[in-house]
Write a protein that binds this ligand. Structure first.
Ligand SMILES: [Zn+2]
Length: 277
């Protein structure tokens, strides 16, 4: 677990698990000759990734950004994506002396299974929300997409991560940018999905942004390094072009959800384009 401070916020970056995805799919139109210089890959052309929720202590409150990955769907799902060590998020909470009931606010950047996997758990054959005392914040648009999936995104939206929370009335819907707590806001990051949001912390002149899948790893910092999984890749490009200059100029620390090597970095525009440092 990596611990950071951003002004008066305490931030803990947790590795919930590891998985492997096809390198070609992860880099979209970028040929292997280029992406293979930026990441490790195995004999099946898959690249290693982590699942990295972020826990924030904001005064007396605990905010959990993303709930990691769960293996509720069973072994088949686990094998396809080669998910290892899932569920370590709960151990990390324990290390901090916390249980799921201590989380006051869950922020779902989007509702894909590798980001919202522990929204709910299976207990004695029944699904129930894991964070029973929390509100789950999600963009209204994202909730709509998750509950109206089509052939192109159905594999990513598993009803078991969404329905139990909705049935318990724990979702709180946001539309657009919103300050959730003093210095902590959600920020729309459309592209990967239309309703994706990131989280910005700002305190005492320090800034951090949780990028969600707008920037899945720092190997993706190049503007055209966009995943084939993105439903609206040109929107991803536009969102990056709008926000990268602000994040560079204002010295933001960026935290990505999937980078296996670097939990956080800053970005700048170098001679060959955008780079992480
Ligand atoms: Zn993801």
């Amino acid at each position: 677990m990596v611990r950071l401070t951003v002004g008066r916020f305490e931030v803990f970056l947790v590795e919930d698990g590891r998985f492997w995805l096809d390198g070609g799919a992860m880099f979209g139109i970028v040929p292997k000759a280029l992406w293979s210089k930026k990441t490790a890959f195995d004999e099946q052309n898959r690249i290693p990734l982590v699942i990295r929720p972020m826990l924030v202590r904001a005064g007396e409150r605990w905010v959990l950004v993303e709930t990691g990955v769960d293996t509720k769907p069973g072994e088949k799902h686990k094998t396809i994506y080669h998910i290892e060590e899932a569920g370590k998020l709960l151990l990390a909470l324990k290390e901090l002396g916390l249980g799921p009931e201590d989380v006051d606010l869950v922020i779902n950047t989007h509702l894909h299974f590798d980001h919202a996997g522990l929204n709910a758990v299976l207990e004695e054959g029944r699904l129930r929300p894991l964070f029973t005392k929390a509100r789950y914040l999600v963009q209204r648009q994202e909730f709509f997409e998750a509950t109206h999936p089509h052939e192109r995104n159905r594999g990513s939206y598993l009803p078991e991560n969404v329905e139990p929370v909705a049935e318990a009335g724990l979702f709180e819907f946001v539309e657009g940018e919103a300050e959730v707590l003093p210095g902590l806001k959600v920020l729309p990051l459309p592209g990967h999905t239309l309703g994706q949001q990131g989280v910005v912390l700002e305190s005492e002149g320090e800034r951090l942004v949780y990028t969600a899948d707008l920037l899945p790893t720092f190997a993706h910092v190049g503007l055209a390094y966009i995943m084939a999984y993105d439903l609206y890749p040109v929107t991803t490009l536009e969102t990056r072009k709008r926000l990268y200059p602000i994040w560079a100029e204002e010295d933001y620390l960026l935290v990505t959800p999937h980078d296996p090597a670097r939990p956080y970095a800053r970005i700048r525009k170098g001679e060959k384009g955008w780079e992480a440092y």
